[in-house]
Design a binder for this molecule. Structure first.
Ligand SMILES: Nc1nc2c(ncn2[C@@H]2O[C@H](COP(=O)(O)OP(=O)(O)OP(=O)(O)O)[C@@H](O)[C@H]2O)c(=O)[nH]1
Ligand SMILES: [Mg+2]
Length: 354
């Protein structure tokens, strides 16, 4: 299962209460106060982890809790602090705070209707708390409450047998929306069946599912491309886009957010125009979809992978594309048998300069 957007409820540990106690020993009359302070509650901590690639753990455990601090005790013993609860998230996780007025509403994904019935929770209604985009980045999402003071704390020259104490503070609590945006250097964009997954499988060690029907890829996958000199770049294969994707057609615009962070976009075209397609028209539509989704995407550097060069009638289409986009890098290839894939890697290396 792949989860890239989920709602969670987080509650940090409460602080332990302070203690009221007096020293009682034989031959020590009026020994004075000796109630210790309570311990601090545990924090809820998020840490990015390279071995975690989606948010599925939160699907099974949407309530995050940290343990409370122990209460203070006699003999001036402090309560033990609660243990922090550390949760692993993939790099590229955005965390939003859901305002209390809407947290009962469904998430966009939980409705199958297109367009979704109003109202739903979407990141636009929430306040961004953090963007965990680096490896081993840590965030204390909810702080544990501090411990209360024991009666020893209140002792003074005028108050030698205080009975005051304070209770521990409650831990912070909140509703949050977690959203994953895959971080990759390169994003493969194309119509269903263009050969994106085939290409990813050839340039990296990833094994995406490849099949001759549209929408084979249902979830974004990231592969690592290795260059000479131990340099590397990450490439994301996302589900195929179709016209209207920005309005949630096909598998929708949900996946487009995964490429928002890519430095370079690769338009993978079925240059043979098999299945009655027209690659020139395809490219125009794809670029338009991206632009409608997020105008900054059209400013991103891009190249063309002209795939399926083994099929009939490709030369003409290739010539048209070359003519129209004479300033762009265009890599003809047969992803299925690996021809042109080396040129593609070289183009990536030159453009990314890893
Ligand atoms: N003739 C030919 N077929 C290819 C080539 N590359 C991929 N294919 C075939 O095209 C079909 C689709 O390939 P995929 O890699 O699954 O396509 P995709 O773009 O990932 O498709 P979605 O995941 O559905 O968006 C498969 O049957 C591949 O074998 C190629 O260079 N030449
Ligand atoms: Mg695919």
């Amino acid at each position: 299962m792949f989860v890239d957007r989920i709602r969670i409820h987080a509650k940090a540990g409460d602080g332990g209460n302070g203690c009221v106690s007096f020293r009682r020993e034989k031959f020590v009359p009026r020994g004075g106060p000796n109630g210790g302070n309570g311990g601090k509650g545990g924090d809820i901590v998020f840490r990015t982890d390279v071995h975690t690639d989606n948010l599925v753990a939160f699907y099974f455990q949407p309530l995050l809790k940290a343990s409370r601090g122990e209460h203070g005790m006699g003999k001036n013993m402090y309560g033990k602090a609660g243990k922090d609860a550390v949760y692993k998230v993939p790099a590229g996780t955005l965390i939003y705070r859901i305002p209390s007025r809407i947290f009962e509403l469904p998430l966009i994904e939980e409705t199958l209707d297109v367009p979704p019935p109003k109202p739903v929770i979407s990141p636009g209604d929430c306040e961004l708390v953090a963007d965990l985009c680096q490896e081993n980045q840590e965030l204390v999402l909810c702080r544990g409450g501090s411990g209360g003071k024991g009666n020893t704390h209140f002792k003074s020259s005028t108050n030698r047998a205080p009975r005051q104490f304070t209770e521990g503070e409650p831990g912070e609590e909140g509703y949050f929306l977690l959203e994953l945006r895959k971080i990759a250097d390169v994003g493969l964009v194309g119509y269903p069946n263009a050969g994106k997954s085939t290409l990813l499988g050839k340039v990296s060690a990833a094994h995406p599912k490849i099949a001759p029907y549209p929408f084979t890829t249902l979830n974004p996958a990231v592969g690592v491309v290795e260059f000479e000199g131990y340099k590397r770049a990450t490439v994301a294969d996302i589900p195929g886009l179709i016209q209207g994707a920005h309005q949630n057609m096909g598998l929708g615009h949900d996946f487009l957010r995964h490429i928002v962070r890519c430095k370079l976009l690769v338009f993978v075209l079925d240059i043979a125009g098999s299945e009655g397609r027209n690659p020139i028209e395809d490219l125009r539509c794809l670029r338009r979809e991206l632009d409608l989704y997020d105008p900054t995407l059209s400013q991103r550097p891009w190249i063309i992978a002209a795939n399926k060069m083994d099929l009939h009638g490709v030369e003409e289409n290739l010539a048209i594309i070359r003519n129209r986009f004479s300033d762009k890098v265009i890599v003809p290839m047969i992803a299925a048998n690996g021809r042109g894939v080396e040129d593609f890697k070289m183009a990536l290396q030159t453009l990314l300069n890893p």
